[in-house]
Write a protein that binds this ligand. Sequence first.
Ligand SMILES: NC(=O)c1ccc[n+]([C@@H]2O[C@H](COP(=O)([O-])OP(=O)(O)OC[C@H]3O[C@@H](n4cnc5c(N)ncnc54)[C@H](O)[C@@H]3O)[C@@H](O)[C@H]2O)c1
Length: 253
Amino acid sequence: MAKLENKVAVVSGVAAGLGEAIARRFLAEGAHIVGTDIDPVRGAEVVDELGERASFVAHDVASEAGWEQVATQVAARHGNVDVLVNNAGITRMGSVEDISIEDFDRTLAVDLRGPFLGCRLLLPLMKGRGASIINIASVSSFKPQAELVAYNAAKAGVALMTKSIALHCAQQGYDVRANYINPGVIRTDMLEKVINQVENGEALMQSYRDMHPIGRIGEADEIAAMAVYLASEEAGFITGTGFTVDGGLGINP
Ligand SMILES: NC(=O)c1ccc[n+]([C@@H]2O[C@H](COP(=O)([O-])OP(=O)(O)OC[C@H]3O[C@@H](n4cnc5c(N)ncnc54)[C@H](O)[C@@H]3O)[C@@H](O)[C@H]2O)c1
């Protein structure tokens, strides 16, 4: 029995990596997909491959007007939303001393304001139907790195913001759950590109593996599996919490 039969799922950042894997897995579980991305070309290509049960909206998650457009299109096509996956995200490196103000602001805008706007603008379409919000945070939401000051701030914000949203929805009797996932380092196109670009790519990859007590990095499908669970009725008693899917990275001292 498919776990998401006929559910309507909005997945941001569908053009690559985790978003693409989550959309594919949701589709295989019977869902209808509205995929969104800032990259209109690759986003449309991915969604075309998914077939008739998927559609695409190009937008910037940091823009309120962009999310209004998503809400309008989803309402016209499906009438409501059962699952929202706020997945789109960026990483801009830099410590408190050297990150540019522009990079700090953009990271917060995409990684924190983006999920906030997604929840705010799609909530009216999610009420009263056992809907599920899944925000993609990171091990970086609780494990600091000096060079990730903006990303750490944004992802920690996503974690507590998700709990606040879960509490609000429960108090209002909306029948909407909200949870987040903390992935460890996951094999995506982006990671492969980084490995291929640096001089000591294999050494860097080995250092990523070594960071995970389990001895390897994760696969996108392993995050998608957790997203399916949180989206499904099996997770009906779970709200306001985070699931860390990281091969033990978070417990590595
Ligand atoms: N890959 C990892 O190792 C890892 C680990 C922990 C957390 N995460 C989180 O998982 C999520 C997905 O990461 P990924 O590795 O798949 O990244 P990715 O770069 O492979 O894909 C991100 C997608 O989001 C889109 N996007 C970027 N900015 C956007 C914007 N402003 N509006 C709309 N779309 C936008 C990109 O075009 C891209 O298609 C992110 O939130 C990231 O922080 C990833």
